[in-house]
Write a protein that binds this ligand. Structure first.
Ligand code: ADP
Length: 270
């Protein structure tokens, strides 16, 4: 949508001239609209657990002499607080990564190390569904960037792969390199994503099935975080998926130029 602001200035001393300034505010309005949308969504998302927590607290107070009820409501209270904490955490992470553009003050990060640690951290939820996480490729692949951000991005992708897969399946993590581009694939045998949703799942708070996401502890922000982190590193994320068969998320990142290091190899000309 176009948005043009027109200012009319009439000269203060009589009506000798009228100055008309047209200001194209299209981009500004777009950013403003996106920001307002986000604030509205955040408020909406926070309201649900906050409302539930206050209601449950009152209910527990009213049921003080019914021990079973107290236990039941306390468990729900605990669940809602965890949900609130996860939401706040993801909102903070997202605002942290979407403010930045390219990571300048990065360090060399070995993707192989990041992936094996990310995989280890997802093993617990995976084991409870008897899902095996397989990590292929073990060569170091170095990129320049922020190790914590990259860890967060890959953990989100691996957690999703586990979250949206049935029991007794496999999640595969692959790492390869071609023409100076490191390629990470995360493949699951899960529920898959319909064609019409594939573009939208990277949007903030977009979920194919909100109830399912919520039940499994999702916040709807994971993939937006992933998208920002990868683009901060000059990379890109793509997706292949078929409903009922599974999904593969592919991340491509420019590898660190090692030719600088090789100048210091013994025997190399100075
Ligand atoms: P959530 O916290 O809901 O998982 P994400 O931003 O991580 O939020 O993902 C957005 C939505 O994309 C999810 O709610 C789910 O519908 C879909 N999705 C993400 N990863 C997968 C996957 N591996 N398999 C199937 N659906 C997925």
């Amino acid at each position: 949508e176009m948005s043009i602001v027109v200012h009319l200035r009439v000269a203060p001393l009589g009506d000798e001239y009228i100055l008309i300034l047209a200001d194209d505010r299209t981009e500004f309005s777009r950013i403003e609209a996106v920001r307002n949308d986000f604030v509205a969504n955040v408020s909406h998302e926070l309201k649900t657990p906050v409302g539930a927590i206050s209601l449950l607290t009152e209910t527990i107070e009213g049921a003080a002499d019914d021990a079973d009820a107290v236990t039941r409501f306390s468990q729900r209270l605990h669940k809602e607080s965890r949900r609130l904490a996860a939401l706040v955490q993801d909102i903070i992470e997202l605002s942290r990564v979407q403010g930045k553009n390219i990571v300048h003050q990065g360090t060399p990060v070995d993707l192989n190390e990041v992936l094996s640690e990310a995989a280890d951290r997802s093993r617990l939820p995976a084991e409870s569904k008897n899902i095996e996480i397989r990590l292929g490729g073990s060569l170091p692949r170095r990129v320049h960037g922020d190790g914590d951000q990259l860890m967060m991005a890959f953990r989100n992708l691996i957690d999703n792969a586990v979250r949206y897969s049935p029991e007794n399946t496999r999640v595969g993590i692959g790492l390869s390199s071609r023409d100076g581009i490191a390629q990470v694939t995360i493949t699951d045998q899960g529920i898959g994503i319909a064609q019409e949703d594939q573009e939208r799942i990277f949007e903030r708070f977009y979920r194919v099935d909100a109830a399912r996401s919520r039940q499994t502890g999702g916040t709807g922000l994971g993939l937006s975080i992933v998208k920002h982190v990868i683009s901060n590193h000059g990379g890109e994320v793509s997706l292949w998926s078929q409903q009922g068969r599974g999904s593969t998320f592919t991340v491509r990142l420019p590898e660190l130029d090692e030719s600088m290091d090789s100048l210091d190899l013994p025997g190399s000309p100075r």
